[in-house]
Design a binder for this molecule. Structure first.
Ligand SMILES: [Zn+2]
Length: 116
């Protein structure tokens, strides 16, 4: 990745982070906790400048960056991406609970024993 690409990725991540902060203002503490434990919070069908259609948007927590982000569903094995560390999080219903379990265990471990 060259420095231009890295800069673009940083900007995208910052935008996704700012959007998440706006969305978080509408949520209560319980909802925020569930998202931190791995729930992908559905924000509805939205469109963006320059798009021809709509996509499903989600608010989620990236345990790697320890930050909230907003992204839309990609691909036909649906996933959302953290634009900072580029990790993909699956939206597939059958394995979402496994991701939630893994992330909540990680959060517990991290809280108890510090950073992994
Ligand atoms: Zn991340």
């Amino acid at each position: 990745m060259d420095s231009g690409q890295r800069l673009l990725r940083g900007l995208k991540a910052q935008e996704a982070q700012e959007e998440a902060q706006e969305e978080l203002k509408k949520l209560d503490e319980n909802q925020k906790l569930l998202i931190r434990l791995g729930r992908k919070h559905y924000l509805g069908e939205q469109t963006r400048e320059g798009w021809t259609g709509y996509a499903s948007f989600y608010l989620f927590w990236c345990p790697e960056c320890e930050s909230y982000y907003v992204d839309y569903r990609h691909g036909h094995r649906p996933y959302i991406t953290c634009h900072r560390c580029m990790i993909h999080y699956s939206l597939e219903p059958w394995w979402t609970p496994l991701v939630e379990l893994r992330d909540s265990l990680r959060l517990v471990i991290k809280t108890r024993f510090g950073r992994l």
